[in-house]
Design a binder for this molecule. Structure first.
Ligand code: ADP
Ligand code: MG
Length: 292
């Protein structure tokens, strides 16, 4: 700027144009949506208070099921001629952290979609606490205790963090559309907000309660999704994440999981303790093409 400014001023002599240009640059840098949101923010400095701390909504029964928490049995998903998931079976015990890993295109995202009900199974079964959920719509599966986050964050960007997270807690409410329409559900609504605020505090985002979800950096948006999932009081949490597999991150995956299922070409390639998986020649072959 130091070099350009005198040159510009000297050559054109048009000071206004330069000032205009600088304003334009500042606008693009700091107020892309125009100056109004900026002014509105300055005026509306009176941040609304956090919702009152009300008694929690009824919590889910925490007794572990007699069998596995989640059972995938011979799951198959076909997209036309392409078999994305083939005869996949595994269990997840209550309290267990299970990692589902595999190279690109192995079928992990499809498996997630099958478990959460986002995609229908071509064949096979998914059981949550022993109950078949394979053909149920996602909201019914969510009500039964399965919460998820997405690999590509899915929040409502214009809505506040509080309102986004409250969406998770609404699943626990007893009020239906009819009661909500005539506003008989106000007490429950207040408790839902209170529950959402607690979930937000739990993940360390209390300072962002009233910020638009879309205004947060992506990392924090991911954490908002976790708060939304937790607000639903899940029995099972599916975390959708991608980790670029450099060795350092592999150690991270191995460190936080109790057990791993490895997929390749839609099928289960291996299953076992992290240390076993790390040694498994078939897994190393799939990931590293036999390079190591
Ligand atoms: P991963 O998450 O392990 O990378 P995916 O489950 O996304 O793998 O994909 C598994 C395979 O299924 C890939 O070959 C992919 O191209 C294919 N696939 C995934 N979703 C669709 C879809 N909606 N339609 C057609 N093919 C799909
Ligand atoms: Mg994927």
């Amino acid at each position: 700027l130091q070099d350009i400014l005198p040159a510009l001023l000297g050559r054109t002599g048009n000071f206004e144009l330069v000032v205009f240009g600088i304003l334009m640059v500042l606008l693009l840098q700091f107020a892309r949506e125009g100056v109004w949101p900026w002014i509105a923010r300055l005026v509306a400095r009176s941040v609304p208070p956090p919702p009152p701390d009300l008694p929690p909504l009824p919590a889910r029964d925490r007794t572990p099921p007699p069998g596995p928490m989640l059972a995938v049995r011979g799951a198959r998903k076909q997209f036309g001629g392409l078999v994305a998931v083939n005869e996949l079976s595994f269990d997840l015990k209550s309290g267990e952290i299970l990692g589902l890993i595999g190279p690109n295109g192995a079928g992990k995202s499809t498996t997630f979609a099958l478990i959460s009900g986002a995609l229908p199974l071509t064949a096979g079964e998914v059981l949550l606490r022993g109950e078949s959920i394979g053909s149920r719509p996602p909201f019914q599966i969510a009500r039964r205790g399965l919460s998820r986050t997405f690999q590509h964050v899915r929040l409502i960007p214009q809505m506040s963090v509080l309102d986004n997270v409250a969406l998770g807690a609404y699943l626990r409410g007893a009020s239906g559309v009819a009661r909500a329409a005539v506003r008989l559900d106000r007490a429950e609504e207040a408790r839902t907000k209170s529950e959402a605020a607690r979930a937000i505090a739990r993940v360390g985002l209390a300072a962002h309660l009233h910020d638009a979800a879309g205004s947060l950096p992506l990392g924090k948006q991911r954490i908002v999704e976790i708060a939304r999932a937790l607000a639903a009081d899940p029995a099972l949490l599916l975390l959708g994440m991608t980790i670029l597999l450099v060795e350092h991150d592999m150690d991270f995956v191995m460190g936080i999981t109790d057990r791993l299922v490895v997929m390749n070409f839609g099928e289960k390639l291996a299953e076992g303790l992290p240390a076993e998986i790390q040694r498994d020649p078939a897994v190393r072959e799939a990931y590293l093409g036999g390079a190591v």
